[in-house]
Design a binder for this molecule. Structure first.
Ligand code: ADP
Length: 465
């Protein structure tokens, strides 16, 4: 990343500086050329004025005089030309001939009719080498065929341009060296907190998830990342804790029936027993094995759904028929405790879902309602369609659940009153399985209850699409 940032900085700054350098160079060169052109124009009109005065009727272009003046034989008004580095000549454009010149320049005379003044840059070959000159040709309208040419060497201009190119080149070189270095330096600085975070993150492992990245040391831009990472660690730590708790609870639940069985078997086998005694022991072992089988099934169901091993088999499920099935299964239990089960179910309520899982959910809710409601109580099952969901509820007249327990009752292995619940044969997995089943269907399950007021479990399922 540091190398990439350094290279990007070099590329972008380099391109910008090359562009700016070219612009500066072109602007100053243009301005210099403009200055040269201006001075040529001015000189030409000055010279033209000296050679010939159109307002003086006696005046005429005297070639001999022009020659003399340009040759600087006498002290003339044109002597300033040489001092300022200009050269002037009079050319005959018809014959391409130099008529008079202030110096002998090896520039061919222009040929042909030219009516407009022109500027051009020409190479002047002289004994001491070739140099460039800027030449202004001014056709004289009072002397047809003749033109005045004023030129000046561009040596100074070229020197300035050369200096300018050198300065800009040195600046460019400086940028080429300093930009990647400063890019590297800045990237290094900016990445220091990231490296610190990476070092801390590398120390975090499954056995100690309590460490967090230091938010105080993070730059504002990194703060969000650090916060997100810490939040993720928090969730992972909680998940690990839950997992550990789950394993410990599961082991505990397995151990209890196993030790009951072991003790029962040991006592029974300690001496010769009658057939009836063996039968009693085997019956109690059978009961415990049934509990274990039930526990194993529940755990397997939770684990499979957690890992999404078994996909839901989605069908249209008739809620009325589904309730019939569950109530039939539990009718004996309700009768035993003389609990009246009533239904208020809107007709033709169709839910899209996995029938087996939905039966499991309804069974667990009704099973709890029958389990915890004292004999002679009542259980009411309602189901109705709303705008975008189907609400299904199981209400009982039992002891209810204190508000403080509401957040926990859906947790795995949670039993509000362990002693009471175990007496009922529960492992604290029924509601966890119900919640998981509902959530797999994209629904929610909540409890409305207060101690002593009965409990109402409300399930919301998305309406059939
Ligand atoms: P369990 O197998 O112990 O019934 P659940 O997960 O089904 O486990 O329920 C968790 C706890 O919620 C139970 O231990 C019980 O205390 C409480 N609970 C569940 N349903 C009811 C209910 N209808 N009335 C009162 N308490 C309930």
């Amino acid at each position: 990343m540091r190398v990439r940032l350094a290279l990007w900085a070099l590329l972008l700054l380099g391109l910008a500086q090359i562009g700016i350098s070219i612009l500066i160079y072109l602007a100053i060169s243009g301005w210099l050329e403009d200055q040269v052109n201006r001075s040529l124009l001015l000189t030409a009109s000055q010279v033209a004025g000296i050679l010939y005065d159109p307002d003086d009727p006696r005046s005429s272009l005297d070639i001999a005089d022009v020659r003399r003046q340009l040759a600087n034989d006498d002290i003339t008004s044109l002597s300033f030309l040489r001092e300022q580095g200009f050269f002037v000549r009079l050319v005959d454009m018809v014959n391409a001939r130099v008529v008079a010149a202030s110096a002998d320049y090896a520039i061919p005379a222009p040929h042909g009719q030219m009516s407009q003044p022109t500027f051009e840059t020409v190479n002047v070959h002289q004994a001491n080498g070739t140099s460039e000159s800027r030449l202004y040709t001014l056709p004289l309208d009072y002397a047809p065929g003749l033109a005045l040419q004023v030129g000046v060497s561009l040596r100074d201009v070229r020197e300035i341009q050369g200096d300018m190119a050198r300065v800009l080149g040195v600046l460019l070189l400086f940028t080429a060296v300093s930009t990647p270095l400063s890019g590297w330096f800045l990237a290094n600085r900016a990445l220091t907190p990231v490296r610190a975070a990476v070092a801390t993150a590398a120390e975090i492992n499954a056995s100690d998830l309590s460490q967090r990245l230091d938010i105080g040391a993070a730059e504002v831009e990194l703060e969000q990342l650090v916060r997100t990472f810490n939040a993720m660690l928090e969730r992972i730590e909680q998940a690990f804790r839950r997992q550990r708790q789950f394993t410990a609870d599961a082991a505990h639940e397995l151990r209890t029936p196993l030790s009951i069985m072991l003790t029962g078997l040991e006592v029974t086998l300690s001496r010769e027993r009658s057939a009836a005694e063996y039968q009693t022991t085997l019956a109690s072992v059978q009961e415990e094995v049934q509990r274990l089988a039930h526990l194993a099934n529940s755990l397997l169901m939770l684990a499979r759904a957690d890992t999404r091993d078994v996909p839901l088999e989605m069908h249209d499920v008739d809620l009325w028929a589904l309730l019939d099935t569950v109530i039939d299964q539990l009718a004996a239990r309700a009768n035993e405790k003389s609990i009246s089960v009533t239904r208020e179910i809107a007709p033709d309520l169709i839910v899209r879902g996995d029938e087996a899982r939905l039966i499991q959910v309804v069974y667990n809710l009704l099973d709890n309602a029958l389990k915890y409601t004292p004999a002679g109580g009542s259980v009411r099952v309602t189901a109705a369609r709303h705008a975008d969901h189907i609400e299904f509820a199981v209400q009982d007249s039992g002891p209810g659940i204190p508000a403080a327990e509401h957040p926990h009752i859906f947790e795995r292995f949670y039993r509000a009153d362990a002693a009471r619940s175990r007496g009922h044969g529960g492992f604290g997995l029924g509601l966890a399985i119900a919640k998981q089943g509902i959530e797999l269907h994209g629904g929610t399950i909540t409890v409305i209850s207060e101690a002593g007021q009965g409990a109402r479990f409300v399930v919301n399922l998305p309406a059939r699409v």
